[in-house]
Design a protein around this ligand. Sequence first.
Ligand code: FAD
Length: 397
Amino acid sequence: EERVVIVGAGMAGVQTAVALREQGWRGAISVLGAEPHQPYDRPPLSKAVLLGKAEGSAFEVDFASLGIELELGREVTGLRADEHLLETGTGPVPYDVLVIATGAEPLALPGSEDVPGVHLLRTLDDAERLRPVLARQHDVVAVGAGWIGAEFATAAREAGCRVTVVEAAELPLAGAMPPEVAVHMSRWYADSGARLLTGARVAAVEPGAVLLADGTRLTADAVVVGIGARPATGWLAGSGIALAADHSVVTDDRLRTSLPDVYAVGDCASFPSARYGERLLVHHWDNALQGPRTVAANIVHGPAESPVYDPVPYFWSEQFGRFVQYAGHHAAADELLWRGDPDSAAWTVCWLRAGVLVALLAVGRPRDLAQGRKLIERGAALDRAKAADASVPLKSA
Ligand code: FAD
C-alpha cells in the first residue's frame, strides 16, 4: 500500500489529508505534527481565543473515520530523500509521497528572546499565555504594526489594556500597503485608544519596559513581538531540496519540489504565479486551503489530469472594529483607484495594471471583495469612472 506522509498538522497539512480522501486516495495517510494539540486553526488565536470568547479552534475533522493517522507531538528533524525517509527523535518514518506543510515561524526581536514577559503570537500555547495578560488589563506594548500587531492591539484594547504599538517604518503595514492607503489605516489605532509610534526603533527590552532608540521608556507588563514570520524549513538543511532566499521551499506550478515525490504547500512554500509573473510566498489562510487541493489532485490523478496552481490570493483581517479584505497581488507601479471615502467606515481601493483589475482592498465592503475577486480571476478591464462610483456594483468595462 502506498503511503502519503504529511509533515505539519496545521491548516495546509490537515487540508491536504482531507483533500486526498475527497479525491479518492485509497492508500495510507499519516500526518506528523510537532505540536501536542489536536490540529487547530490559527486566525482565531489573535481574535476570539485571545479574548477568551472561544476556548480553542480545533478543526472539526474526524480523522479516524477518514482513515487519517495523526501523530501529534512528533517533530520531524530531517529528510533523507534518497531513502524516502524522514528523521524524527523517535525513529525514521518511510514515505512513498511526502507533503511538506510545516508553515512558518514568527521572527523574534533580537536580544529579547529570553526576557520575561516577551511573547510571540503564532501558536495556541502563545495565545493561552497571553490570555491572562489581557484579562489583567495590563500595559502592553506590541512591536510591529503589521497584521498581527493590529489584531493584537484590537484585542488588547477590547480587553481594556493600555496599548502602545511601536513600528520602525513611517506607517503601519509598510510592506503590504502603499503610503496613501496605509495613512488612513494608521488613524484606526488612535480611534481605538491605542497609541501608535511610527519611525520608532526598539533599542532594548527589559523586564517591564521597552526602551526606544530616542530614549523613550515604555512601561510594558507584556511585550508582543509581531515583526513577521518565515518558513519553518530549517529541518530541510542538507536534504538537497531547493530553498529560496526567503527560506521557502521552491515549488513548481503544481507545488512539486525539486525532489521526486515531494510536494510543499501553505506558509512554507513559494510557487511561480503565471498570473502575476513572479514567485509568490503567501502567508494567509486561503492559500493553505486552496493549495492542498492542487497537491491532492496531482498525487491522486497525476499531473496530466490535474490543474496547475495559480490562485488569486485572498486574505482578511479583523482590526479596530473593521473587516478588512484583500484579493489579488499588486506592485508599486500599479495604478490606484479609490472607491469611496477612506475617512468613512467603508471604502475600497482597486489596483489596475494597463486598465485591468489586479488587486483590491475592501474595508467593510465584502460585496466589492466578492465581485472584485471574480473580475481579477477573469482579468477584466475596468471603466475607471464607473469603478470609482461606490454606489454601483463593481463590473467590468
Ligand atoms: P501552520 O498553520 O504554521 O502549520 C504548520 C504546522 O507544522 C504547525 O503546527 C507546526 O507546529 C508544524 N511543524 C513545523 N515544523 C515541523 C516539523 N519539523 N515537524 C513536525 N511538525 C512541524 N490568515 C488570514 O488569511 N486571515 C487571518 O485573519 C489570519 N489570522 C492569523 C492570526 C494568527 C495569530 C496567525 C499566526 C496567523 C493568521 N493567519 C491569517 C495566517 C494563517 O493562519 C496561516 O496562513 C495558516 O495557518 C498557514 O497554514 P500552514 O498549515 O501552512 O502553517
